[in-house]
Design a binder for this molecule. Structure first.
Ligand code: C2E
Ligand code: CA
Ligand code: CA
Length: 772
């Protein structure tokens, strides 16, 4: 293990030496061409001056100089043209020493010999030339200590020999001793320079190693994380893109290398990311660090989001080298963010915009000065509740989804369909030129939603009511428009199903009054403002009371008595009818329990009470707590109960019947499909509506109709009660048709329990007090 380590250390050391040798040779090579040119120039000058004095030696020498210089320059230029070598061997260094020796001998031998042949100016020139060649070589070879030493020593020796060749007098001796001295100085300087160079190289080498190591660590980091590193050069162009960066970008590395920072991801048309790219670019141009700039872009047609951070890098002298940074793919986070933002503005079930989105869009549309017209359509489904009750939430959801689709199919491009929750939808209509177009749209929507929807292998039909408000006539703010469209919707609903209404200022007033009344009604129960009046019904043959119908009364603290015709619909819409209805049942049972056991009590029950499935329990509890015999209680329902969700209603009616309670069908003859309902449920009693009774006086066929109803009821085992009997004549005709029971002002108006009286019809004209 140790020996392996030692070996690897040794090989690392060899590598370092090889690397340093290569740098030494490179430094020499860089200087050689210049030195050669200088040498050739000097040699050329010498040749020019002295060629007549030494016509044989000098041309040969000059030729040799040219050859040596040419050879060395050519070799150097060739080497410099190649990519710098990473290492150099020890023999390469020895070659350099040999070449240096050869060069110095060739360059200096002839000029040194000439010293013995000349005097005066030429002598001085020669000394200068030789000194120059010595120093030039020394400086050129300075980074390779051994070569420089050999060169200087050999050169100095040749000069000394040349100086003392012919004359050994004092002056020549002095001059000759100066050269070794200069050579020593040169060697000393070479020593220092070479050392500095080596130190420098070693340092560089360790720096490179360090940065290689950092590179390796970073690569390792890059492989382990979802981030990529990137770097640019000083002109902000990407350099050395890592494999993972290339892969993540999904572009060829050549396309990345050289691309400028900020422009690489730019695809303005697809993603509109120009601003983010500009921001990156601006930071880089200002040489500022930047952090987590999120840039969207498309990769292979798929939207990605990258978060980019980077900082400028400088060298030790403060020169800007480029940018380094990191990129991470934040697509998942961004997707989640977008999804959350989408959810905040959209309905999860249908994917339609929600109330918040619609309000914002309305605000914006109202602020748009170019927008001439704008209509808000408020929609409420008819009969949705019943579908939800019958098919459960999955069925209700499927229906809402199909409604959403149909609505979207009907509107135009710029229009917005939103779901406000439950079965409320709002359409913002912008693409119209006249109100009649909005009317057409409303009609189309009504028609489209009244087409049956397949649910659970059945086909379900619902409807929609629509209220319409226009901007700016019906409101200048989003809130006002929505509120007024709602007011119009309310009117549409009260006008009957499947209709639309335009907003009228009157509606707003009425709606507000209505809302106030609902609020008051909410308090009515607790403030004891409700009470029951009782209206008797009598046996038609004998005029004997068979029971009383309980009728709800509300004494409003400011408005006085309010008719149930006015407040029962409010109670139904607001759901208040459930607690109020419960109170009515309890109160009526309690009251009737104190009457003679021959008197029945009739209680009106709203279809809304049938939606809360615990109606049978409520009735049972009232019977139990009051001790009233079930057979004395009668529940009056209208056929509306059977319209919304007949199956559930029939089931509840059966449960009520199973308690022993009687069930009566109220207001018979006002609906349209009464007969079919009679076949679906065995009512105990049918109450013929007041309108028929009153027509008995004027229309001859009324008596025939009443007769037919009575015969049919008898066939089905039901009794018939006529309500709204006001005159003796009406009573007489009804008796003739065989109606079992009569009820109306003729006998008694509805009265508080303690005032119960009635006129005994044709039997007697006296008023009889109900006996407790
Ligand atoms: P309804 O069930 O048809 O009740 C009969 C209505 O006819 C009562 O009006 C009664 O006062 C009125 N009436 C009785 N005899 C005559 C008559 O000879 N001539 C005329 N013109 N009217 C007569 P009221 O009390 O105003 O109740 C109106 C409706 O309010 C009721 O019609 C019923 O649908 C509803 N209602 C009353 N009390 C309750 C209640 O406790 N629960 C529910 N769900 N609805 C109720
Ligand atoms: Ca009734
Ligand atoms: Ca009635």
């Amino acid at each position: 293990m140790n020996s392996e380590l030692a070996m690897s250390e040794a090989s690392v050391d060899n590598q370092t030496q090889g690397y340093i040798r290569a740098r030494q040779l490179q430094a020499v090579d860089r200087l050689i061409p210049a030195m050669m040119i200088a040498v050739i120039a000097c040699a050329g000058a010498l040749y020019a001056f002295q060629r007549h004095a030494h016509p044989t030696v000098l041309p040969i020498w000059f030729g040799a100089v040219l050859a040596v210089c040419g050879w060395r320059t050519a070799a150097t230029v060739r080497r410099n043209a190649r990519p710098p070598r990473r290492t150099a061997s020890a023999p390469a260094m020895r070659n350099l020493i040999a070449e240096a020796t050869l060069t110095v001998v060739c360059l200096m031998s002839v000029p040194s010999w000439l010293l013995s042949q000349t005097t005066g100016t030429t002598y001085a020139i020669l000394v200068c030339l030789l000194t120059g060649i010595l120093w030039a070589g020394c400086l050129t070879l300075a980074t390779v200590r051994a070569a420089a030493m050999v060169y200087v020593a050999t050169g100095a020796a040749i000069v000394v020999i040349g100086l003392l060749w012919a004359n050994q007098d004092f002056e020549h001796l002095m001059l000759a001793s100066l050269f070794p001295l200069g050579a020593l100085t040169a060697m000393r300087s070479v020593d220092t320079q070479a050392k500095m160079f080596l130190d420098n190289q070693r340092q560089q080498q360790s720096l490179t190693k360090q940065s290689d190591l950092i590179g390796l660590l970073l690569k390792d980091y890059e492989e382990q994380t979802s981030d990529w590193l990137w770097e640019t050069d000083s002109s902000l162009r990407y350099t050395n893109p890592s494999d993972r960066f290339v892969e993540a970008l999904g572009r060829p590395s050549d396309a990345i290398r050289g691309a400028t920072l900020g422009s690489l991801l730019q695809d303005e048309e697809a993603t509109g990311n120009g601003a983010a790219c500009l921001q990156v670019r601006a930071c880089a141009e200002a040489r500022q660090p930047f952090r987590d700039i999120v840039v969207p872009f498309t990769r292979a047609g798929e939207m990605r989001w990258w978060s980019i951070s980077g900082r400028p890098v400088y060298d030790e002298t403060g020169t800007f080298l480029g940018y380094r940074g990191v990129c991470s793919d934040v697509t998942a986070t961004k997707d989640a963010e977008l999804r959350i933002a989408h959810l905040a503005h959209h309905d999860a079930l249908t994917g339609l915009p929600n109330r918040a989105f619609m309000s914002e869009s309305l605000h914006q549309a109202l602020r748009d000065p170019d927008r001439a017209c704008l209509a808000v359509l408020s929609l409420d489904l008819d009969g949705f509740k019943a579908v939800n009750d019958r098919y459960g939430h999955p069925g209700g959801d499927a229906l809402l989804t199909s409604v959403a689709e149909r609505l979207q199919n009907e509107v135009s491009g710029g229009d917005i369909v939103a779901r406000f929750g439950g079965d409320e939808f709002v359409v913002l209509n912008v693409a119209f030129t006249s109100p009649s177009e909005v009317e057409d749209l409303a009609r189309r929507l009504i028609e489209s939603l009244s087409t049956p929807v397949p649910l659970d292998n059945e086909s379900v039909t619902i409807g929609v009511s629509i209220g319409i408000a226009f901007a700016p006539t019906d409101g200048r703010t989003a809130e006002e428009l929505l509120k007024n469209a709602d007011a119009a919707l309310y009117r549409a609903k009260t006008a009957g199903r499947g209709t639309f209404r335009f907003f009228e200022p009157e509606m707003d007033r009425k709606l507000q009054a209505r809302q106030r009344l609902v609020q008051d009604l909410r308090n009515a129960l607790t403030r004891d403002e409700l009470r029951l009046d009782y209206q008797p019904f009598v046996k038609s043959e004998t005029g004997v009371i068979s029971g009383c119908e309980a009728l709800l009364r509300w004494r409003h603290p400011e408005r006085g008595m309010i008719s149930p015709v006015e407040f029962i619909p409010l109670a139904e819409e607001s759901g208040l009818i459930v607690p109020i209805g419960m109170w009515v049942i309890q109160q009526a049972c309690r009251e009737a329990a104190s009457w003679p056991s021959t008197y029945r009590i009739s209680v009106n029950v709203s279809p809304v009470q049938f939606r809360s499935r615990d109606l049978p329990q409520v009735i049972l509890a009232a019977l139990t707590s009051s001790g009233l015999a079930p057979a004395r209680l009668e529940v009056e329902v209208t056929e509306a109960v059977l319209i919304d969700d007949a199956d559930t209603a029939l089931e509840i009616l059966r449960q009520i019947r199973s308690l022993g309670v009687r069930v009566a069908l109220d207001d018979f003859g006002t609906g349209y499909s009464s007969l079919s309902y009679l076949r679906r449920f065995p009512f105990d009693k049918i109450k013929i509506d007041r309108s028929f009774v009153q027509e008995l006086d004027t229309r001859h066929d009324s008596q025939v109709i009443v007769q037919a109803i009575r015969d049919m009821a008898q066939g089905l085992g039901m009794t018939v009660t006529a309500e709204g009997v006001e005159t003796d004549d009406q009573a007489k005709r009804l008796r003739q048709t065989g109606c079992e029971e009569l009820q109306g002002f003729l006998y008694s108006r509805p009265r508080p329990a303690n005032e119960l009286t009635f006129r005994h019809g044709e039997m007697s004209s006296e008023t009889i007090r109900l006996q407790a």
